[in-house]
Write a protein of this length. Structure first.
Length: 155
């Protein structure tokens, strides 16, 4: 960020010097070409500086979502030990994973939609019939294992 500001200031200083030079000579075409070049570099520098700020904000959001995913994985049981936990805990893993994906929907939009279709009969609505609720999975342990692997892939 500091380099962007310094580069913009340097470009403006160069433009000021070039305009002064043009004012003094008033004749040479080379000066006009240089003025256009420096003005183009100044505009490009400003645009790149703005894009850098925008991308830094997006990267911070993505980094925060990935650290949240890592925290979720620490709280959940390991995939190989899912047979030692209860069905209710496995359902909790799936629901907390869906809540995480929904909270970070703007960072992972397609992942949330795919997970909602996979785990729910209708995306975003929990079905009253427990047979439909798990979608394609035979039991809660399998669904929890899939959710753990999905969140692990996001971090």
């Amino acid at each position: 960020m500091m380099w962007s500001i310094l580069t913009s200031i340097a470009a403006l200083a160069s433009l000021t010097g070039l305009v002064w030079q043009l004012y003094k000579t008033r004749v040479k075409i080379r000066n006009y070409v240089l003025l256009i070049l420096f003005f183009g570099f100044a505009v490009a520098s400003g645009i790149l500086w703005w894009q850098n700020i925008t991308l830094a904000g997006e990267n911070a959001q993505l980094h925060q979502a990935r650290s949240q995913a890592a925290e979720l994985l620490k709280a959940w049981p390991k995939p190989g030990k899912l047979d030692l936990v209860s069905t209710a805990q496995c359902k909790g893993v799936v629901l907390s994973g869906l809540a995480f994906l929904e909270a970070n929907r703007e960072n992972f939009p397609h992942t949330y939609e795919a997970a909602a279709r996979l785990f729910m009969a209708e995306p975003g609505v929990m079905s009253k019939n427990s047979q439909e609720w798990w979608g394609e999975f035979a039991d809660a342990h399998e669904a929890a294992g899939v959710m753990i692997q999905l969140i692990k892939a996001l971090r």
